[in-house]
Design a protein around this ligand. Structure first.
Ligand code: PNS
Length: 177
Protein backbone atom coordinates (compact mmCIF):
# COMPACT_ATOMS: atom_id res chain seq x y z
CA UNK A 1 0.00 0.00 0.00
CA UNK A 2 1.09 3.59 -0.74
CA UNK A 3 2.78 5.39 2.14
CA UNK A 4 0.56 8.34 2.97
CA UNK A 5 1.80 11.57 4.50
CA UNK A 6 -1.04 13.53 6.05
CA UNK A 7 -1.26 17.02 7.45
CA UNK A 8 -3.50 17.81 10.38
CA UNK A 9 -4.14 21.55 10.03
CA UNK A 10 -5.76 23.67 12.70
CA UNK A 11 -5.52 26.56 15.12
CA UNK A 12 -4.79 24.45 18.25
CA UNK A 13 -5.37 27.44 20.54
CA UNK A 14 -4.93 25.58 22.82
CA UNK A 15 -4.38 21.90 21.93
CA UNK A 16 -7.07 19.78 23.63
CA UNK A 17 -7.43 16.13 24.56
CA UNK A 18 -9.60 15.80 21.45
CA UNK A 19 -6.72 16.99 19.24
CA UNK A 20 -4.34 14.57 20.96
CA UNK A 21 -6.79 11.71 20.51
CA UNK A 22 -7.00 12.46 16.80
CA UNK A 23 -3.21 12.71 16.47
CA UNK A 24 -2.88 9.30 18.14
CA UNK A 25 -5.44 7.81 15.73
CA UNK A 26 -3.86 9.51 12.72
CA UNK A 27 -0.37 8.35 13.62
CA UNK A 28 -1.63 4.76 13.50
CA UNK A 29 -2.92 4.91 9.93
CA UNK A 30 -0.59 7.35 8.20
CA UNK A 31 3.12 6.78 7.53
CA UNK A 32 3.79 10.38 8.51
CA UNK A 33 1.59 12.95 10.16
CA UNK A 34 2.36 16.66 10.25
CA UNK A 35 0.45 18.72 12.79
CA UNK A 36 0.26 22.06 10.99
CA UNK A 37 -0.60 25.14 13.01
CA UNK A 38 -2.16 27.93 10.96
CA UNK A 39 -0.59 31.36 11.33
CA UNK A 40 -3.76 33.40 11.08
CA UNK A 41 -3.18 37.18 11.11
CA UNK A 42 -6.94 37.82 11.45
CA UNK A 43 -7.28 36.01 14.78
CA UNK A 44 -5.80 37.26 18.05
CA UNK A 45 -4.82 33.93 19.60
CA UNK A 46 -4.52 33.24 23.32
CA UNK A 47 -1.23 31.41 22.74
CA UNK A 48 1.39 32.64 20.29
CA UNK A 49 2.32 30.43 17.39
CA UNK A 50 5.62 29.54 19.10
CA UNK A 51 3.84 28.65 22.37
CA UNK A 52 1.44 26.37 20.51
CA UNK A 53 4.26 24.80 18.55
CA UNK A 54 6.27 24.09 21.71
CA UNK A 55 3.26 22.60 23.52
CA UNK A 56 2.40 20.36 20.57
CA UNK A 57 6.00 19.26 20.12
CA UNK A 58 6.19 18.16 23.75
CA UNK A 59 2.78 16.51 23.63
CA UNK A 60 3.58 14.51 20.49
CA UNK A 61 7.20 13.58 21.19
CA UNK A 62 6.28 9.95 21.86
CA UNK A 63 4.86 9.57 18.32
CA UNK A 64 7.86 8.90 16.12
CA UNK A 65 6.01 9.55 12.84
CA UNK A 66 4.47 12.87 13.96
CA UNK A 67 6.04 16.27 13.58
CA UNK A 68 4.78 19.78 14.23
CA UNK A 69 5.02 22.69 11.81
CA UNK A 70 3.40 26.07 11.16
CA UNK A 71 2.03 27.46 7.92
CA UNK A 72 0.22 30.38 6.42
CA UNK A 73 -1.82 30.75 3.27
CA UNK A 74 -3.76 27.91 1.75
CA UNK A 75 -3.80 24.46 3.27
CA UNK A 76 -3.54 22.90 -0.20
CA UNK A 77 -0.39 24.92 -0.95
CA UNK A 78 1.18 23.88 2.32
CA UNK A 79 0.24 20.24 1.64
CA UNK A 80 2.01 20.45 -1.75
CA UNK A 81 5.10 22.00 -0.13
CA UNK A 82 5.48 19.13 2.33
CA UNK A 83 4.39 16.53 -0.26
CA UNK A 84 1.36 15.42 1.74
CA UNK A 85 -1.35 13.37 0.06
CA UNK A 86 -4.05 13.74 2.69
CA UNK A 87 -5.59 16.20 5.13
CA UNK A 88 -6.74 14.84 8.47
CA UNK A 89 -9.68 16.53 10.19
CA UNK A 90 -11.82 15.51 13.13
CA UNK A 91 -15.59 15.41 13.22
CA UNK A 92 -17.02 15.48 16.73
CA UNK A 93 -20.72 15.88 16.07
CA UNK A 94 -23.10 16.52 13.21
CA UNK A 95 -22.70 20.26 13.82
CA UNK A 96 -19.08 20.02 12.59
CA UNK A 97 -20.14 18.34 9.38
CA UNK A 98 -21.32 21.32 7.36
CA UNK A 99 -18.17 23.42 7.90
CA UNK A 100 -15.90 20.43 7.38
CA UNK A 101 -17.73 19.40 4.21
CA UNK A 102 -17.37 22.92 2.82
CA UNK A 103 -13.66 23.01 3.59
CA UNK A 104 -13.04 19.53 2.20
CA UNK A 105 -14.87 20.33 -1.04
CA UNK A 106 -13.12 23.68 -1.41
CA UNK A 107 -9.76 22.00 -0.88
CA UNK A 108 -10.73 19.34 -3.44
CA UNK A 109 -11.69 22.04 -5.93
CA UNK A 110 -8.31 23.72 -5.39
CA UNK A 111 -6.32 20.47 -5.42
CA UNK A 112 -8.24 17.40 -6.67
CA UNK A 113 -5.45 14.97 -5.72
CA UNK A 114 -5.48 15.89 -2.05
CA UNK A 115 -7.88 13.72 -0.05
CA UNK A 116 -9.50 14.80 3.21
CA UNK A 117 -9.79 12.01 5.75
CA UNK A 118 -12.20 12.45 8.64
CA UNK A 119 -11.76 10.66 11.92
CA UNK A 120 -13.90 10.73 15.03
CA UNK A 121 -12.32 11.36 18.42
CA UNK A 122 -13.31 9.17 21.36
CA UNK A 123 -16.80 10.03 22.57
CA UNK A 124 -15.57 11.48 25.89
CA UNK A 125 -13.91 14.24 23.86
CA UNK A 126 -16.82 14.93 21.52
CA UNK A 127 -17.91 18.12 23.28
CA UNK A 128 -14.45 19.63 23.74
CA UNK A 129 -13.35 22.59 21.64
CA UNK A 130 -10.48 25.04 22.06
CA UNK A 131 -12.99 27.88 22.12
CA UNK A 132 -14.95 26.40 25.05
CA UNK A 133 -11.74 25.55 26.90
CA UNK A 134 -10.63 29.19 26.58
CA UNK A 135 -13.99 30.40 27.80
CA UNK A 136 -14.20 28.01 30.74
CA UNK A 137 -10.68 28.73 31.92
CA UNK A 138 -11.04 32.50 31.47
CA UNK A 139 -14.10 32.34 33.72
CA UNK A 140 -12.08 30.57 36.37
CA UNK A 141 -13.28 26.95 36.12
CA UNK A 142 -10.90 23.96 35.98
CA UNK A 143 -10.19 22.32 32.62
CA UNK A 144 -8.90 19.01 33.96
CA UNK A 145 -9.80 16.13 31.59
CA UNK A 146 -10.35 18.60 28.75
CA UNK A 147 -6.73 19.38 27.96
CA UNK A 148 -3.40 17.66 28.68
CA UNK A 149 -1.77 18.58 32.01
CA UNK A 150 0.91 20.63 30.27
CA UNK A 151 -1.72 22.77 28.55
CA UNK A 152 -3.65 23.15 31.81
CA UNK A 153 -0.48 24.45 33.42
CA UNK A 154 0.26 26.87 30.56
CA UNK A 155 -3.34 28.13 30.68
CA UNK A 156 -3.04 28.75 34.39
CA UNK A 157 0.23 30.65 33.91
CA UNK A 158 -1.24 32.73 31.12
CA UNK A 159 -4.48 33.56 32.87
CA UNK A 160 -3.22 33.83 36.41
CA UNK A 161 -3.30 37.66 36.55
CA UNK A 162 -6.85 37.70 35.22
CA UNK A 163 -7.97 35.00 37.64
CA UNK A 164 -6.32 36.82 40.55
CA UNK A 165 -8.11 40.02 39.57
CA UNK A 166 -11.41 38.18 39.28
CA UNK A 167 -10.95 36.52 42.69
CA UNK A 168 -10.06 39.88 44.23
CA UNK A 169 -13.31 41.34 42.92
CA UNK A 170 -15.57 38.48 44.01
CA UNK A 171 -15.70 39.07 47.82
CA UNK A 172 -16.63 42.70 47.19
CA UNK A 173 -19.47 41.71 44.88
CA UNK A 174 -20.74 39.24 47.51
CA UNK A 175 -20.72 41.92 50.19
CA UNK A 176 -22.85 44.18 48.04
CA UNK A 177 -25.43 41.43 47.36
O1 PNS B 1 -8.76 24.46 14.06
P1 PNS B 1 -9.56 25.20 13.02
O2 PNS B 1 -9.56 26.69 13.34
O3 PNS B 1 -10.93 24.65 12.84
O4 PNS B 1 -8.77 25.01 11.63
C1 PNS B 1 -9.22 25.62 10.44
C2 PNS B 1 -8.20 25.46 9.31
C3 PNS B 1 -6.84 25.95 9.73
C4 PNS B 1 -8.10 24.01 8.91
C5 PNS B 1 -8.74 26.31 8.11
O5 PNS B 1 -9.03 27.59 8.54
C6 PNS B 1 -7.76 26.37 6.95
O6 PNS B 1 -7.52 25.40 6.27
N1 PNS B 1 -7.19 27.57 6.75
C7 PNS B 1 -6.20 27.82 5.70
C8 PNS B 1 -6.78 28.69 4.59
C9 PNS B 1 -7.39 27.86 3.48
O7 PNS B 1 -6.79 26.96 2.97
N2 PNS B 1 -8.66 28.19 3.13
C10 PNS B 1 -9.37 27.55 2.04
C11 PNS B 1 -9.91 26.19 2.40
S1 PNS B 1 -11.31 26.25 3.36
Amino acid sequence: MKKITAIYPGSFDPPTNGHLDLIARGSKIFANLIVAILRNPEKAPLFSLEERRRMLETLTESFKNVRVDTFDGLTVQYAAEVKANAVLRGIRAISDYEYELQMALMNRKLQPDLETVFMMPAEQFSYISSKLVREVVQLGAPVKDLVPELVEQRLREKLDPAIKLQNARQPKARKQA
